[in-house]
Ligand binder design. Structure first.
Ligand code: ZN
Length: 311
């Protein structure tokens, strides 16, 4: 039977072979090991080799937004189990276990926050929750975040980390692709910027819907961003793939994304982009900062981009 896979090649419960037995704070590339507080302080980036470890949604929001500014909405939403789906275990059991492990109700957190003093609507995915899969709650919360952006007239920022559509919800999960695309379209119609950040991995139905649709699409170094994983593509096509197939760096080279931004530069980059796109927040009188030159220094890529679009 022909099948189109929108999931990464392994199930959420099946460990990657090279990961088996490895402590989550041990770098899979250079094997440096970190204490939890060290790794958190380093934004979960390996100080030796630059490997980007996964970041949960709450921690990501703390990294990106101004302290204490995040106001969560729709925290109470939980997935139903309309298909009474059972694979090896009931879907309801997997949901409960994921919530216990992550402390969040589904694979995305949404709300409002400020970044560099500017208000945004924020949607941040958590890969640890059922491989960041997109079911009806993820789609609904993403759409609510887009609605918040439109209602408040503020930019919309999302961080994706997803294995794709949530197979336990079948067609209802696939429908979220259309739903999230419509939500992005509503933001566009309101002439508000949408910035999409892709963390490792952003695959399947998520890269095939909202994550690829940012006015600006940024990615973390080494993030896999492809519809199907390299192994599936290799098996399907019989072709030998380049080593960096589907990675952020090759997506940048091919013009699919605008920049690869190391995690340590993500917050200042976002703040800078938001400053370019939105009016300045009200400053206390007599304390007006000097306007900065757009495109200076590390933002050369943005200058090139603006030059390309004639902006
Ligand atoms: Zn390392």
């Amino acid at each position: 039977m022909a099948q189109i896979s929108v999931d990464i090649e392994r199930g959420p419960d099946e460990p990657e072979p090279q990961k088996a037995g490895r402590h989550p704070n041990t770098c899979p590339v250079c094997h440096s090991h970190y204490r939890e507080d060290e790794l958190a302080a380093a934004l979960r980036v390996c100080r030796q080799c630059g490997h980007h470890f996964p970041v949960g949604a709450r921690e990501r929001i703390a990294q990106l937004s101004d302290e204490g500014s995040f106001v969560e909405v729709a925290a109470e939403l939980r997935s139903a189990d309309p298909l009474a789906f059972v694979d090896l275990r009931p879907y309801t059991e997997r949901l409960a276990e994921a919530e216990l492990a992550t402390g969040i109700g589904d694979a995305i957190l949404v709300g409002t926050a400020t970044i560099g003093g500017r208000s945004v609507a924020l949607a941040v995915m958590d890969f640890q929750f059922l491989a960041g899969s997109m079911g009806s709650v993820v789609g609904e919360k993403f759409a609510m975040a887009a609605d918040l952006a439109v209602a408040h007239g503020v930019p919309f920022v999302s961080v994706a980390a997803s294995g794709g559509a949530r197979m336990q919800e079948n067609i209802l999960a696939l429908m979220q692709m259309a739903k999230t695309v419509m939500a992005v379209e509503a933001v566009r119609e309101a002439r508000l910027p949408y910035i999409s950040i892709c963390a490792h991995p952003t695959t399947g139905g998520v890269i095939a819907s909202f994550a690829a649709l940012g006015d600006l699409v940024l990615a973390e170094p080494g993030a896999l961003m492809s519809f199907a994983g390299p192994r599936v593509v290799q098996q399907t096509t019989g072709e030998t793939l380049p080593k960096d197939f589907g990675l952020a760096e090759s997506q940048l080279r091919l013009g699919h994304i605008d920049a690869v931004v190391p995690r340590g530069e993500l917050t200042p980059t976002l703040a800078r982009l938001l400053a370019l796109f939105t009016p300045a927040p009200e400053e206390p009188e007599g304390d007006e900062p000097a306007p900065e030159e757009p495109g200076a220094g590390a933002f050369g890529w943005l200058r090139r981009l603006l030059g390309r679009s004639g902006g």
